[in-house]
Design a protein around this ligand. Structure first.
Ligand SMILES: NC(=O)c1ccc[n+]([C@@H]2O[C@H](COP(=O)([O-])OP(=O)(O)OC[C@H]3O[C@@H](n4cnc5c(N)ncnc54)[C@H](OP(=O)(O)O)[C@@H]3O)[C@@H](O)[C@H]2O)c1
Length: 256
């Protein structure tokens, strides 16, 4: 579905980003792998093989993001077709303990990072149109204690995406958002609780998703492929809950 398309995937060295890169690559795309740690990106590249390019990038550094877009356009013969803003960090803190540095770091990676890359990539997308897919979170849709900054950054990303979807529709550039629930096999979750409590944590969360399990990186990658491909050609500005139905759950008191 993606032969001759060029895609940038941020956070492509681990977790969901690695699965997204693999999915787009399997459909024929050239994939530019971005993230801070070169060795993780090289691991992904070696799993995928040809049609990949590793471009170590910190999305909080504007010059590096500009260089990423330029390298991707060169790889794509002047064109970027797909941008997946997946890089992200998660930190929780009670409201009063969440200081300016906490807020700034979460906004910088999760909101300004995608904004920087979209701004840098758009000039290379307008001639032929394309698809931008932004990975937000269920934490931007619902109120989780401790997640004011993380959730606000993801909610802002959702809003920016929808405004951009309106602004760029005339150029054939679609912008869509995916809001995952708990996704296993990611560094983000592994960092959320100590190793000895991982199993219990994952088991507890499996139960809050109506479909009865946590998500896997491939679950997200398949949805990204849908938005990146012509299968979604008449969809822009959409916000997809990808969470085993968790967004439907109500906080019902126990009655038994
Ligand atoms: N796992 C979940 O339950 C879950 C749920 C909802 C949403 N999400 C979202 O899904 C996305 C992917 O996360 P994940 O779950 O796959 O966790 P992950 O394995 O920790 O992946 C995050 C990726 O982002 C990269 N990254 C972090 N800071 C960066 C920066 N400043 N510049 C460039 N890259 C940076 C990391 O690579 P480097 O450290 O090498 O830079 C890493 O590869 C995130 O946006 C996250 O918020 C995850």
């Amino acid at each position: 579905m993606l032969n001759d398309k060029t895609a940038i995937v941020t956070g492509a060295g681990t977790g969901i980003g690695r699965a997204i890169a693999a999915r787009l690559h399997a459909e024929g795309a050239r994939v530019v792998l971005a993230g801070r740690r070169r060795e993780k990106l090289e691991e992904t590249a070696s799993q995928l093989g040809a049609r990949t390019r590793v471009v170590p990038t910190d999305v909080t550094v504007p010059a590096q993001v500009q260089a990423l877009a330029k390298a991707a356009a060169e790889f794509g013969g002047g064109r970027i077709d797909i941008v997946v803003n997946n890089a992200g960090v998660m930190r929780f803190a009670p409201f009063e303990q969440a200081d300016e540095a906490h807020w700034q770091s979460l906004m910088d990676v999760n909101c300004w990072g995608p904004r920087r890359l979209m701004a840098a990539a758009l000039p290379f997308m307008r001639a032929a149109g394309g698809s931008i897919v932004n990975i937000a979170s269920i934490a931007g849709e619902h109120a989780f204690p401790g997640a004011a900054a993380y959730g606000a950054a993801k909610r802002a990303l959702r809003h920016i995406s929808q405004v951009l979807a309106m602004e760029e529709a005339a150029h054939g550039i679609r912008v869509n958002v995916i809001c995952p629930g708990v996704v296993e096999d990611t560094e983000l979750l592994q960092g959320a609780v100590p190793a000895e409590r991982q199993a219990a944590f994952l088991q507890t969360f499996a139960g809050v998703h109506p479909l009865g399990r946590n998500g896997r990186p491939d679950d997200v990658a398949d949805a990204v492929l849908f938005f990146a491909s012509p299968m979604s050609r008449w969809i822009t500005g959409a916000v997809l809950p990808l969470d085993g139905g968790r967004h439907l759950a109500t906080n019902r008191p126990r009655v038994d």
